[in-house]
Design a protein around this ligand. Structure first.
Ligand code: GUN
Length: 285
């Protein structure tokens, strides 16, 4: 029997809990949480992501403050906006949608965001905090992965975890989360990437296999140990629709639990963005 991990329902549950928490705290006249969402330029995928994030905020009782800037916005103007939002008492979170148009330096902009308002968890201070095991904002997708493990009661303690993909946004922070202490940490972690010598063998050694490379159906059933938990973070657009990094049909019978694509990890990312925003608000009110 393979459990299908329902990220859509889990994200809905997280969102419902946040909505209730916000309503309870605002009952006595406390201001609602505020999330500033900055989108520079007109990248169509980014426009969809941002719209979804703003809609999710409205659904949950978070005030979404949209900032749409033209693609030719200067670095100075963007930094000035970030400084203004850092100083605003009604703004709890600042989200700068990436990628930025050519000519803008994303690292410099992310560094300018107040780490306490960095709901994406991209600021070096928050990355450092994660690596040191200190409290801080954690990148939303890896945080969502851990939340799925927690809600499906799939503890990683003492297990062999293999993460495929070493991106700053997913693979690296996920490896750190799995290695930190706790029931849904305490794993023995291997971080694989494009230069890994024998990827199939590494994958086969995993009790928990996390895929975050962005290559459609790259991991097949023969690369998965019988009974492994497979968490597929890949979202790949193909001619036959969306698919993950796992070849779902061949991996499914091997796995004891698996996230589908779509409807697995994806919906958790926005849920954790809302959670980070609520956490920032609670710390400031
Ligand atoms: N672009 C693609 N994914 C993300 C994300 O999680 N956060 C931000 N800020 N930009 C992105």
């Amino acid at each position: 029997m393979t459990t299908i991990i329902d990220g859509k329902a889990t994200a809905q549950a997280v969102r419902a809990e946040l909505k209730e928490e916000i309503a309870a705290r605002c009952k006595d006249g406390l201001r609602a949480p505020g999330l500033a969402v900055i989108l520079v330029g007109e990248d169509p995928a980014s426009q969809v992501y941002v719209r979804n994030k703003e809609r999710a905020c409205q659904d949950t009782g978070i005030l979404s403050l949209p900032y749409r800037l033209p693609a030719d916005t200067s670095q100075e103007a963007l930094l000035a906006l970030i400084a203004e939002l850092n100083a605003r008492p009604d703004v709890d979170g600042i989200l700068l949608q990436l990628p930025l148009p050519a000519g803008l330096d994303a690292s410099r902009c992310l560094l300018a965001i107040d780490p306490a308002k960095d709901v994406d968890g991209f600021h070096p201070e928050n990355v450092g905090r994660l690596s040191l095991g200190l409290p801080g904002m954690v990148s939303c997708t890896p945080a969502g992965v851990i939340e799925l493990l927690r809600r499906y009661n799939l503890p990683t303690r003492g297990k062999k975890a293999v993460v495929v993909g070493r991106s700053d946004i997913v693979g690296k922070p996920l490896a750190l989360l799995l290695a930190r202490s706790g029931e849904f940490g305490d794993a023995t972690v291997t971080l694989c990437h494009s230069r890994t010598a024998n990827l199939a063998e590494e994958c086969r050694s995993a009790d928990f296999l996390f895929l975050a490379v962005g290559r459609p159906r790259m991991v097949t059933g023969d690369m998965v140990k019988k009974g492994a938990v497979v968490i597929d973070v890949g979202i790949n657009r193909t001619d036959s629709g969306l698919c993950g990094d796992a070849d779902y049909d061949s991996v499914f019978p091997q796995a004891s639990a698996i996230t589908p694509v779509p409807g697995g990890v994806g919906p958790m990312t926005i849920a954790m963005l809302l959670k980070n925003t609520v956490d920032a608000w609670k710390a400031r009110t």
